[in-house]
Write a protein that binds this ligand. Structure first.
Ligand SMILES: Cc1cc2nc3c(=O)[nH]c(=O)nc-3n(C[C@H](O)[C@H](O)[C@H](O)COP(=O)(O)OP(=O)(O)OC[C@H]3O[C@@H](n4cnc5c(N)ncnc54)[C@H](O)[C@@H]3O)c2cc1C
Ligand code: SF4
Length: 556
């Protein structure tokens, strides 16, 4: 930290007589909260670079670099504004690190943490009055609005919430009616992408001394964490954020809607904006992206499609997480809780336990609901072992290259296959949590447990998101790279039918599954037996970390 320390020291101002604020790793903004309105000359911020937090799970190197480099740059940016900065390196819970500062500086304020983990960590300090929790101003809706929008909940419905918030905020509304006479244009947004129009190349960002120093730290201290470190792909300053957002507005948003569900091996993000990791640390405010897009001249299906993601889905998942205390309290009673943080299958893949398990003690490992009673281990293919399924291998390699892949690859490749294989939902959630740069408990848990795997049943989605090979072939070009043929021997298709057959007792009263279950009923006994044989074979091969080939599958 030599360079960073020197730069911070050079900018430091008098620290006495300030009102101090703790700014967590995911609140690095001066566009909201006390930093946006109080005089910098009277303000001080405490920032904690926490190696204990980093060691709790095998987080992707890129994610650690994103957080640390943004935190350090934020420290310098605030010091440049005249805010006093205390930058602490901690090796234990946040509460312990702040305790020392509170003794010296007096009580601190903090905007309510988004992460449940951090909230619990700070609870004791808050109860004692040493830390004052003030409202988090980054959200676009309140718990009260969420409750009012879904009065009969649970189950919660995203669409009902989204309509309520559109009416309440007036966003994309005209004379009390939705612009374009519909709240959603989703049905128009289902084009596959065949290479044209060309997908935009994501911007790269300068590798300046702070980022370089963080890169060295990652290589020295966090070398054993998985994933590739790609410093050029990493936005770390407010200026980088502005650059990414300008790129997204100009290059991605005009075609965001039509190709929203497409997947391709030729482009990792297609027309998706790549902003989630910056929105989740508040470099880019959700209110700003929604306002900007609402004010842009864009085809309505793209404008509405994007706004629904941020104003609708992002807010909705956070409310469900909060209302269920991270899926600990479900309508059917309490859920099983893992005692320690899961490694997402790291140990099985790496052949050794995640190195820092001792340091991980303290907070639990999250709720482990499992409505379908699944118990398959997450295959090593998710850690980069070739599986022989081109779609999976391609997306996994994208994720370990950068800590990112877009929504449909997360849902219809990674979660889809795991669900079809009856993978333990908690283990998959932990994998997503460590592998993606935008993952935090409040967002990853609802997306994986609630949406991706049906682990909480119909609590927030009306049906499981699963498909066979025909859907993947229609919406992507992955099959052109595969030794399987989507029309004849792709394992996804028998896996899909085997999944419906195994869980038919749970699904049979679900009106949204009436059609596929009727088709399943017409499937002859030979086919149904083969479906289950394919399931057993593929699961066995992938669990061992081997590759599936067409010859491995039972004959038709
Ligand atoms: C299994 C699974 C796991 C996921 N895990 C995460 C996660 O850990 N963190 C995360 O931020 N998103 C998660 N998502 C949601 C979504 O996939 C990502 O937000 C999106 O892919 C980020 O890429 P982007 O910025 O290019 O998004 P775009 O497609 O450009 O969308 C714009 C923005 O909308 C918001 N958004 C869209 N969908 C969601 C959603 N379902 N939940 C929350 N925000 C949403 C994000 O802020 C995103 O940046 C997950 C989805 C699935 C299916
Ligand atoms: S053929 Fe099947 S396994 Fe291969 S890429 Fe296509 S969907 Fe995936």
């Amino acid at each position: 930290m030599g360079y960073f320390k020197k730069e911070l020291a050079r900018r430091q101002v008098r620290q006495e007589g300030r009102r101090w604020l703790f700014v967590p790793y995911d609140q690095v903004t001066d566009q909201t909260g006390p930093l946006s309105r109080e005089d910098p000359k009277h303000l001080g911020i405490a920032l904690v670079e926490n190696r204990w937090k980093a060691a709790r799970r095998p987080y992707h190197k890129q994610k650690l670099a994103l957080i640390l480099a943004n935190l350090r740059h934020f420290a310098l940016e605030q010091a440049d504004r005249g805010v006093a900065v205390r930058y602490v390196v901690a090796e234990g819970p946040y509460a312990a690190a702040l305790e020392h500062l509170i003794t010296e500086l007096g009580p601190l304020r903090v905007m309510a943490p988004a992460e449940r983990e951090l909230k619990l960590d700070l609870e004791m300090l808050a109860t004692r009055g040493a830390l004052q929790i003030i409202p988090h101003e980054g959200w676009l809706s309140t718990a009260d609005e969420f409750r009012k929008s879904n009065e009969k909940a649970p189950p919660w419905k995203m669409d009902t919430f989204y309509r309520f918030i559109r009416r309440k905020t007036g966003i994309l509304m005209e004379g009390g009616k939705p612009v374009g006479a519909r709240y959603s244009f989703d049905v128009e947004n289902r084009l596959p992408w065949h290479g044209k129009p060309p997908a935009p190349e994501p911007p790269s960002f300068p590798v300046e001394p702070i980022k370089k120093e963080v890169g060295e730290l990652i290589r020295k201290v966090f070398f054993h964490h998985p994933g590739r470190l790609d410093l050029e792909a990493l936005p770390v300053t407010q200026a980088d954020t502005e650059r990414l957002w300008s790129w997204a507005k100009k290059e991605c948003l005009p075609l965001f809607g039509p190709y929203e569900d497409a997947m391709s091996h030729r482009s990792r993000s297609l027309f998706h904006t790549r902003i989630s990791s910056l929105v989740n640390i508040h470099r880019l405010l959700p209110s700003r992206v929604v306002a900007d897009v609402a004010g842009m001249r864009l085809p309505l299906e793209s404008k509405e499609g994007f706004i629904r993601q941020v104003l609708g889905w992002r807010e909705f998942v956070r409310h469900v997480h909060k209302a269920t205390d991270g899926f600990r309290n479900l309508p059917g009673g309490k859920t099983r809780i893992e005692k320690t943080p899961g490694d997402g299958g790291y140990e099985r893949w790496a052949g050794k336990p995640w190195g820092s398990s001792k340091k991980a003690r303290g907070l639990d490992g999250g709720a482990a609901p499992c409505a379908l009673g699944c118990d398959t281990a997450l295959p090593p293919a998710y850690w980069g072992e070739p599986s022989g399924l081109a779609c999976l291998d391609r997306v996994v390699s994208d994720v370990w290259a950068e800590g990112y892949s877009h929504h449909i690859t997360r849902l219809m490749i990674l979660s889809n296959l795991a669900t079809l294989l009856d993978v333990r939902p908690r283990e998959l959630t932990d994998w997503f949590w460590v592998a993606y740069t935008d993952a935090y408990d409040w967002v990853v848990e609802p997306n994986v447990l609630g949406m991706g795997t049906y682990a909480v049943g119909g609590l927030m989605t009306t049906k499981p998101y699963v498909s066979g090979g025909a859907y993947i072939n229609r919406m992507s070009d992955y099959c052109s790279l595969c030794s399987f043929d989507p029309k004849t021997n792709c394992p996804f298709t028998p896996l899909y039918w085997a999944f419906l057959a195994r869980h038919e007792p749970v699904f049979k009263s679900n009106p949204r599954l009436r059609m596929p279950l009727a088709t399943l009923a017409k499937r002859g006994i030979d086919k149904r037996t083969r479906d289950q044989d394919v399931f057993k074979k593929v699961r066995e091969i992938l669990e061992k970390g081997s590759m599936v080939t067409p010859q491995d599958l039972p004959s038709r």
